[in-house]
Design a protein around this ligand. Structure first.
Ligand SMILES: Nc1nc2c(ncn2[C@@H]2O[C@H](COP(=O)(O)OP(=O)(O)OP(=O)(O)O)[C@@H](O)[C@H]2O)c(=O)[nH]1
Ligand SMILES: [Mg+2]
Length: 356
């Protein structure tokens, strides 16, 4: 216990001194008025004597507590500093806010920017990890590995001279426009004798559209409404090197309509069935369409409306989900110019985001 006596003019002064010296836990034990000492003390105003006491253990405990707190803070700061020195890749508490970028996170951001589906991104990451166990990779390492993976994933169908080719796919993806482009390409640039057939009598204007092109190019054109008719029409075009067959766009969710297309295909057993996919389609829908159209036994892809998007994740999604080779990409509405034969380098550059 600490006991202290104060001689002051008033209680206020006493309280200030006691708080300052003994702390807020001190208690006033006694107070009394006293005469000042000396010969003139009698004539001077009286002073106040205040006795205060404090339990020194509580004071010491408090000091100890404060000391411990300071010590703990210092240890925490040291720990944080050590952590950032030993493991610079793990963002310290100060770096979280700044969002420190590693090679992996930069590459991941690129995949997101390029609209690569998460499911496919995971496959890419695990392949890169497997090949580079315990290695610290920069973003350019990741990009190089990604390019190698794409070179394995992307397959090209360059059997451009296959004789009977059917185009199938959802409504409005560009089947008829692509047939017109292909007919021009084969006739004008590849010097092939081309025949056109449509089984699309469903959509108003569909027949007229192709009839006009066939007249411009001076090539035979036929409209069929049954599978047997289709077979006969192909027989009639025996002198054609290439026969292109247009089909009605079908909502892939309607299984009956898709199997109706299959019955036409089964009748003629074509060399190539191109599934036409628009790159503006949502990736979730692309995955479903690719699945639903499997009944048509497509063995090739034509990717359209590449010009209408800047994120080419849907190209990779189409290739990955279907596991089919790409034959052509369509890059606009102009017949016959806006079509390209598929090329591995071009497709991989589009997916990586190095080309528009
Ligand atoms: N921007 C762009 N538009 C395209 C492309 N290909 C086709 N189109 C347009 O897409 C629209 C539909 O094209 P169609 O060829 O009629 O599509 P389809 O698949 O035959 O349609 P359905 O017969 O109704 O199933 C038209 O306006 C075309 O000009 C392309 O590569 N890029
Ligand atoms: Mg059409």
């Amino acid at each position: 216990m600490i006991i202290k006596r104060y001689i002051v003019d008033n209680m206020n002064e006493a309280m200030i001194k006691i708080r300052y010296e003994l702390g807020s836990d001190a208690v006033i034990v006694s107070q009394r008025k006293i005469k000042q000492k000396g010969p003139l003390g009698l004539f001077k105003p009286r002073k106040l004597e205040v006795t205060a006491a404090v339990d020194d253990r509580s004071k010491k405990n408090k000091e100890l507590e404060e000391h411990n707190k300071l010590f703990q803070n210092e240890i925490l700061e040291l720990k944080t500093m050590l952590q950032s020195v030993i493991t610079p890749n793990i963002p310290s508490k100060y770096e979280y806010g700044k969002g420190k970028k590693t090679g992996k996170s930069k590459f991941k951001l690129k995949l997101i920017e390029n609209d690569i589906p998460e499911e496919i991104a995971e496959v890419i990451f695990s392949r890169i990890r497997e090949k580079n166990r315990d290695k610290k990779l920069t973003v350019s390492h990741y990009e190089k590995e990604f390019k190698n993976i794409l070179n394995e994933m992307i397959k090209i169908n360059n059997n451009f001279s296959n004789r009977v080719q059917v185009l199938v796919g959802p409504t409005g993806v560009g089947k008829t426009t692509t047939i017109a482009k292909l007919a021009s390409l084969y006739t004008l640039y590849k010097n092939k004798q081309v025949g056109l057939i449509t089984i699309d009598t469903y959509r108003i204007g569909a027949v007229e559209q192709l009839k006009t092109y066939s007249e411009i190019l001076g090539i035979p054109f036929d409209v069929v409404i049954s599978a047997r008719d289709l077979s006969k029409a192909i027989n009639r075009m025996s002198d054609c090197d290439v026969i292109l067959v247009d089909t009605t766009g079908r909502n892939s969710k309607n299984a009956m309509q898709v199997s109706e297309i299959r019955s036409f295909i089964n009748e003629i057993n074509p060399d190539t069935v191109h599934l036409v996919l628009s790159m503006t389609t949502k990736q979730k829908d692309l995955k479903r369409i690719i699945e639903d159209y499997k009944v048509t036994n497509y063995n090739s892809l034509i990717l359209t409306k590449v010009d209408e998007t800047n994120s080419y994740g849907s190209i990779l999604a189409s290739i990955y989900y279907s596991d089919m080779p790409v034959s052509y990409i369509s890059t606009g509405q102009n017949v016959p110019d806006d079509i390209e034969e598929a090329d591995l380098n071009r497709l991989s550059k589009l997916i990586i985001g190095a080309e528009n």
